[in-house]
Design a binder for this molecule. Structure first.
Ligand SMILES: Cc1ncc(C[n+]2csc(CCOP(=O)(O)OP(=O)(O)O)c2C)c(N)n1
Ligand SMILES: [Mg+2]
Length: 564
């Protein structure tokens, strides 16, 4: 399907053509970090006030901001990196964008063609370096090819399964001038439901279940299908678990079918799923795990239905009874009426009874039963800090999370009713939350963004704070300071049987997070008592300005430290 009238045939320079093509593709925002190879682009950017350039002070930050924006808006965005060292700095963040399926056109300036042969400083061919992490990696070698390459890159990035693409931009192409056809955008329509035959097969399989479960995946948020997923859970009387790597909202947490995290502990996942006779993996990855285990997380004999728009994920690791590649929302819209027609009254009654039975141990029931965050005598327990934090959030807050050992407590009390309300770490590579929150704030400029980040994690792309200050984004950075890489310590103890910690303490000197934040132009506060967390969060959000709150929590290994 074509959009708009296009730009037509025109005499134009490569640098102007690049920006006009991006604007015509709906991209008016570029995150980046410039260098000499980007000078043609920077010269042109200044002449297009409609095209906003957002400076990140390191390419890892710029890339994570672009990822955050793309994830939170579902819109195409650009990110420009400085040739090889810039692309190198951004690789970890690009890896994250690959996992989250963020539609980002990543570009990098390159030396004029031919000059690279002499191997000047900063030179390296870029296309093979980006290639493993993107849907398409290409270099523009003639100005005439720029429209075709840019249009193709935009189309590819946005066609589900979405993801980043890479374009290398040699300086001679950007500085060339020619009369070229700038073309017009194309979007590929993929939002189709399964065929009638497949829908019937799904209905039959679902109605054959006596104890069904749903693994709720990211596509439910991306395709705005929360309502449909809830309706399905109600019709089936299915327990709903958030998929094992839950890096965005998946399902309304206060819905009575919602059971919480599936997690990545193979034994726990297997035990959880063993209570069911059928699992529907709904727009989700099928049991993406973390550490190796001899235990297979999928219990033998469990029937699996998998519905996803990402065919790579379908039946990737497990044979599946019915694997369907389709849009989750379109599929559920088509499936629900068929299910209503076909469900016998005995099935409906059983489904209602299952939901009643779940209600005593669902996410909400466990939250209600959790002990209230009290005023302890020792250091603040991370769980108390997280409970106080979530209790103080306004309903429109967007939480960005990279809190590691504080994450389970955060997710136990964070309401994710809204599909944009939560974004977490997608790839496992640290450094998303601080700059990612800034990008997310560009996507939702009127909503407060609260980034909850481990002290260690915050330092992988800490300079993102400056961009928040520079662009006056209402982001509250909450650093959970346990003065350590606590999770690595815990794993050393659990997996290696030793507590001789090397390189896991962030002490001597202690890191002064308030000074760091102030140095970037943010206001800062420190909280050591859970009773004061709520007021600090409310004040920070009410200020409408970027700020930092340091939560000083027990490190888990101190003598007499407060329990988790
Ligand atoms: C880019 C990157 N480098 C290193 C790691 C390994 N790593 C995983 S968790 C972690 C420590 C995180 O510490 P912190 O954010 O303070 O959280 P805590 O464990 O203390 O709760 C490290 C270093 C990683 N996942 N990604
Ligand atoms: Mg820590």
């Amino acid at each position: 399907m074509s959009e708009g009238g296009g730009l037509g045939v025109r005499e134009v320079t490569g640098r102007d053509a690049l920006i006009e093509l991006l604007l015509d593709e709906g991209v008016d925002l570029m995150f980046g970090n410039p260098g000499t190879t980007e000078l043609p682009l920077m010269e042109a950017v200044a002449r297009y006030p409609r095209f906003r350039y957002v400076l990140g002070l390191q390419e890892a930050s710029a890339m994570a901001m672009a990822e955050g924006f793309a994830r939170a808006s579902g819109r195409l965005v650009a990110c420009n990196l400085h040739c090889m060292p810039g692309l190198g700095n951004a690789m970890g963040a690009l890896y994250s964008a690959k996992f989250s399926g963020a539609p980002v056109i990543v570009t990098a300036g390159q030396y004029p063609q031919g000059h690279g042969l002499t191997e000047p400083m900063l030179y390296e061919p870029l296309v093979p370096i980006a290639a493993p992490l993107v849907k398409w990696s290409a270099e523009v070698t003639r100005l005439e090819d720029l429209p075709r390459i840019l249009r193709r890159a935009a189309k590819l990035a946005l066609t589900p399964p979405m993801g980043p693409v890479f374009i290398s931009l040699p300086g001679d192409v950007l500085d060339a001038k020619a009369t070229i056809d700038l073309g017009r955008p194309t979007r590929v329509e993929t939002a189709s439901p399964p065929s009638a035959r497949v829908l019937d097969a799904m209905v039959a399989a679902l109605l054959g279940a006596e104890r069904p479960a749903i693994i709720a995946g990211r596509e439910l948020a991306e395709r705005d299908a929360f309502e449909q997923a809830q309706a399905l859970a109600e019709r089936l009387g299915a327990a709903v678990y958030r998929e094992s790597v839950p890096y965005n909202a998946r399902f309304a947490s206060t819905h009575r079918a919602f059971m919480g995290e599936l997690g990545r502990d193979q034994r726990r996942v297997r035990d959880t799923l063993a209570a069911h006779d059928l699992v529907l993996c709904l727009g989700a990855d099928m049991l993406r795990m973390s550490l190796e285990s001899e235990i297979d997380p999928l219990p033998p004999g469990l029937r699996v239905l998998h519905l996803s728009e990402r065919d790579w994920e379908l039946a990737k690791n497990y044979p599946v009874e019915l694997a369907v590649r389709a849009d989750v929302r379109e599929s559920l819209d088509a499936l629900l009426p068929l299910l209503d027609d076909a469900a016998p009254s005995a099935f409906r009654a059983a489904a209602a009874a299952r939901l009643d039975e779940i209600a005593s141990r669902n996410w909400s029931a466990r939250l209600a039963a959790a002990p209230a965050a009290g005023r302890g005598s020792g250091a603040m327990a991370p769980a108390a800090a997280m409970a106080a934090l979530t209790a103080s959030l306004p309903p429109d807050a967007i939480v960005v999370e990279e809190a590691l050992t504080a994450t389970p407590a955060l997710m136990a009390s964070l309401r994710t009713e809204d599909r944009h309300g939560y974004y977490g770490l997608a790839s496992g590579g640290l450094g998303f939350a601080v700059p990612g929150a800034v990008g997310i704030s560009f996507a939702h400029p009127d909503r407060p963004v609260v980034a909850v980040v481990g002290d260690g994690s915050s330092l992988y792309s800490v300079q993102g704070m400056w961009t928040a200050a520079h662009f006056r984004r209402p982001v509250t950075f909450v650093i959970v300071n346990n003065r350590s890489y606590r999770i690595i310590k815990e794993r050393l103890v659990a997996l290696r049987g030793t507590d001789r910690f090397t390189a896991m303490d962030l002490r001597d000197p202690a890191i002064d997070f308030m000074a760091l934040a102030r140095g970037f132009g943010l206001s800062a506060a420190r909280v050591t008592d859970a009773a004061e967390v709520g007021a600090a969060i409310r004040d920070a959000i009410a200020s409408g300005a970027p700020s930092l709150i340091e939560l000083v929590v027990a490190d888990g290994f101190d003598a007499g430290a407060a329990a988790q």
